[in-house]
Design a protein around this ligand. Sequence first.
Ligand SMILES: [Zn+2]
Length: 471
Amino acid sequence: MGSISKSDNVFITTVYAMVAILDLNAIPRSQVMAPSKEWMQLVDNRLDKAYSIGVQKFLDYAFRRTGELYEVRCPCVKCCNTTSGTRETVESHLKVYGIIQNYTFWYHHGEILGEPQSDCELIAHCRRLLEKEHMQIDIPLPPSTDQDVGSCNTEKVKKVRGRNKCKEVASLEFGQKLKVTFYNNRTVGKNSNLFSRNLGKLVRDRNLCPLGVSSWHDIKEEQLNHMWAAVKDKFESDDMDIHRNHILGWMKELWNKWRGQLHAKYVKGKPVQEALKNMPKGIDKKQWEWLVTKHFSTESFQARSNRNASNRAKLKMPHHIGSKPIREIIYQKGGKDGKPPDLATIFFETRKKNNTLVDSETIEKHAQIQELVQSEPFLPSIEIVEKCFGPQIRSHVFGFGGGVKAKDLKRGTSSKAELRSELCSTREENQSLKDRLSTIENDVKELKQLKELLLAQHSNVQPLTLLISGE
Ligand SMILES: [Zn+2]
C-alpha cells in the first residue's frame, strides 16, 4: 500500500507552486539558494538542454551572490577560477570547455557552506520518493528559463592570478581531496606545499576573504566558516577539524603578510592619488580605496609596520637557513614517531651547510644549547630557548617554526585567555545557528500558509490529476 497521502501530494504541488512564483529579484542577495548542481555531471554532454539551463542558473546565482555587476570568475577547465569574464564569456567557456568537475562548492561565487539547495533538489527528492512508491503519475519538470546554446565567444578574459599555481588543486577529480598530515599545528610531508599555497590563494580571493577591514579580528565568524569550508573542499585529514583554529591562524598570518606586501609595493612613500590609481590586479576597487585612504594611513598601522621592521632588523640570527620549514625537519628527524629531536639537533639541522656549521657565532650558539641540553635533560624546550635567545614574546618561538607559540610550550600559563576565546567563538556559532533556525522556521510557516491556500483552492476546483484518493 502506497503511503503517500493526499496531504503529501498537496505539499508537493505547493512546492511546485512556490517554485513557479519565486521571483528571484525579490529575494535578498544572501537568501538566494544555490541551484541544483546535477547538470555539472553532464559536462561530457554539453549540448544537453539541462546543461545549458544549469549554466544559466549558475550565472544568475553567481552575479547575484557576489554582487558583481560585470564580471565573475570563470570556473571552466581552462580558467580554473583564476580569470574573470563577463556573463557572455563565462557562459561560452562553460559550454565550449566545460565546468571543472570538482568545483562543487561554489565558494568563488558566493556560496556558503551548509546553504540549502534549491527547490529543484527538493522536487527531485519528491519525485524519487513517488517513483519509489510506484505511482504512475507524470510530474512535469519545474519551469525554468529555457535558453539556446550561444555561439562560441572567444573574447579575451582578464587575468587575475597565475593559472599554473592552481592547476594541481583545481584538476582534482570529482569529490577527490588531497590528503594532508598535521604536525605542530600545521602541515608536513606530501601536499604540504600545495596546502600552504592554496591557503595563500584563498586569503587573496576577494569573494572569500575581505580585505577592507582593519584587522583579521574584524572578519565575521560566518566568513571564517566560509573560508574553512573552502579549505576542506580540497584537502582532508583524519583530524582536520581539530586544526581549524590553527589553520585560520595560519591564514591570518598569510593575510597580514600579503597586506604588508601590498603596502610596501603599492603605497609606501607614494602620493595617495598614485596609490589609488596603481591598484593591484584582482582586488576590489572599493576595498582598495578604503585600505589606502583609511587603513594604511592610520597611526596604528604605521606603528605596527615600524615595529615589525625594527624587529626584523633586531633578529640577529635567522630562524633557519635553507628552504625546508623547521617543522618539516623536526618531523622527519623523529617527530613523526613522537620523538622530536632536542633543540641542539634542531639548531644544527636547520643551520648546517654541507653537514657542518660554518660561522663562529652559530658554532658558539650550538655549543651553548648542547651544553644546556646535556646538563639539564629535563629542562623544557621553551626554557632552553629563552636561556639562549632571550624571552620569546613574538608570534614564533625560535627553533620551532611557524605554528608553535610560546603559550603552546608554556603549559597552562595562558589557558584562561584561550578558554575565553573558545567560549566566545562557541557563542558566536550558537548565535549563527539560532539565526538560521529562525529563517527556516519562517520558511516553514510560509510553506504552511501556501499549503492551506492551495487546499482551500482545491476544495473549490476539481482536484488535479496529482491528487490521489487515500485508498
Ligand atoms: Zn573560462
